[in-house]
Ligand binder design. Structure first.
Ligand SMILES: [Mg+2]
Length: 223
């Protein structure tokens, strides 16, 4: 059995607009200056408190937990105020459908989102029931800790060499390799190709067709 694990933000869905909007609101309410957009997008994928700590450059006086709470509040408000949704990246739906149709593959998710956040995204896009295991910030330490991948493998019975993580950030690549799994980086997300390569991506793909090919090729290659 092969396990294909997807990151969510920046890999399946483009969530940058709502994330930046919620960050802007959270920092304003804390009377703090929002770091540059690039820095904000650079932490997408981490669990919320960990993400805030990084934005505060690990200064122990930085109010990371308070900001995480303000962010959650802002995210809820934005969802209620606007008809916003996080669109799937082009071709992603086809990749999921093709993989789901195979009987040698199970699908999973490993994300810094909450279970509730993932459920909303999947429900919106009609993807309920496609993923056998959903690992979130509610269930494990933040990426790049390998726990989410280890738990997903345990839940599905997949071996590390039969598991591939598909993600858009260095956190995903480091997490996958630390768990002994394979790692494919997508270049349509929030980290640079350079950073993905440096952090352990075995393959880099820039569209859905390339991704489908890379998934099969990575299993044929020696780890
Ligand atoms: Mg991501």
């Amino acid at each position: 059995m092969k396990l294909v694990l997807f990151d969510c933000d920046g890999t399946l869905v483009d969530s940058q607009h709502v994330i930046v909007a919620a960050m802007t609101r959270a920092f304003a309410r804390a009377d703090l200056v929002l770091p540059p957009r690039e820095a904000v997008l650079g932490i997408v994928g981490l669990s919320l408190v960990e993400a805030m700590r990084r934005l505060g450059e690990d200064d122990p006086r930085f109010p990371a937990e308070r900001l995480a709470e303000l962010y959650r509040e802002a995210f809820r408000e934005l969802r209620a105020e606007q008809d916003f949704f996080e669109p799937l990246f082009p071709g992603v739906r086809g990749v999921i459908d093709k993989l789901a149709a195979r009987d040698d593959v199970v699908l999973g998710i490993a994300t810094g989102k909450s279970q509730r956040g993932v459920a909303m995204v999947l429900g919106h896009h009609g993807l309920d029931g496609f993923f056998s295991t959903i690992q979130t910030a509610d269930d494990a330490p933040s990426k790049p800790h390998p726990a989410m991948v280890l738990q997903a493998m345990a839940a599905t019975g997949a071996e590390p060499e039969d598991t591939v993580l598909i993600g858009d950030t260095s956190f995903d690549m480091v997490m996958a390799r630390a768990a002994g799994a394979r790692a494919i980086g997508v270049t349509w997300g929030y980290h640079t190709t350079e950073l993905l390569r440096q952090s352990g991506a075995e393959r880099l793909v820039s569209d859905a067709d390339e991704l489908m090919r890379a998934i099969d090729e990575v299993w044929e290659a020696v780890p």
